[in-house]
Design a protein. Structure first.
Length: 290
């Protein structure tokens, strides 16, 4: 009987030892992640295509939309201002398709995130160790509320969907419960506006969407690509030996980013008066390491 008890105890010790050996959390071997969060800031500086502060164009008016969600199709860390687009550390590429003809962002497979929400989380082992000074983000879609003046003289709230990617294949999309069938590619600047179940759609002029790139001279981007560029204040260093998650927040400026041509010079968006949307581009990017 004593021998039997001894054998049972020995087996239990072996099982406990094996369990501890296979428990990554107890050994500290749990892999850490790179987490990308989004932020939308109406007080952040308003920038132009060259990354310089700009005012609203004469003859136009603008407002800061209340952005509720956004999607990106590409994120890249760049070591220096001389790093050409596509030669840095690409950490994310969204789904694309040729279903609509030319290569385009696949809207139905896109990833979305709201203010202060996580857009992407990947193991740090998938990120090349190094020091990065810049981040590039190819924006694809943004959605948010804006104010407009109705023919009855009252202001109302509507929701604007802005397709700012280089080219987007859309089978259909829903805006506040209203489903819009498209089944085709749409170039940068396609938009739809919904209020109280009424939906209109349109197309901003080619090249009108603002895409701030402070590295315009050293690292240009293709026309219509919507690759917004921002600089880390103190850089981002990935050592490959992190013991904590690395959280990067991408803060986008929504400072008077929704812009239209004025018919009535009152600073209010009046679609019924024929005022046309000309720009929906985000007005700058400030990345930070939390």
């Amino acid at each position: 009987m004593n021998v039997f008890k001894l054998l049972v105890c020995s087996c239990l010790i072996v099982l406990i030892s094996c369990s501890e050996d296979n428990d990554d959390s107890s050994s500290g071997a749990v892999e850490k992640n790179l987490i990308i969060k989004l932020k939308f800031d109406p007080t952040q500086e308003r920038l132009g295509n060259l990354g310089e502060p700009v005012s609203v164009e004469v003859g136009n008016a603008a407002q800061s939309p209340n952005v509720s969600k956004m999607s990106a199709n590409y994120i890249e860390f760049a070591p220096s201002a001389l790093t050409a687009l596509g030669t840095g550390e690409i950490i994310f590429e969204g789904a694309e398709t040729t279903e609509g003809g030319a290569r385009a962002i696949h809207f139905q497979n896109a990833i979305f995130a709201g203010h202060n929400e996580t857009f992407l989380s990947i193991p740090l082992s998938q990120v090349r160790a190094g020091h990065y000074e810049w981040v590039r983000v190819s924006l694809a879609y943004q959605e948010g509320d804006i104010q407009f003046l109705h023919t009855d003289g009252n202001e109302y709230t509507g929701t604007l969907a802005s397709f700012v990617g280089y080219n987007t294949y859309i089978s259909e999309f829903s805006l506040n419960g209203s489903v819009l069938p498209v089944n085709s590619n749409k170039l940068q600047g396609f938009w739809a506006f919904e209020s109280s179940g009424f939906v209109v759609e349109g197309q901003a002029p080619e090249g009108a969407t603002t895409v701030p790139n402070p590295l315009f001279n050293s690292s240009p981007i293709p026309q219509g690509s919507c690759v917004v560029t921002g600089e880390f204040e103190n850089g981002l260093t990935i050592s490959g030996e992190e013991t904590e998650d690395v959280v990067v927040t991408l803060s986008f400026s929504t400072n008077t980013s929704f812009e239209w041509t004025e018919v009535n010079n009152d600073g209010k968006y009046e679609p019924s008066a024929g005022e046309q949307v000309v720009d929906m581009g985000l007005r700058g990017l400030i990345p930070s390491v939390d």
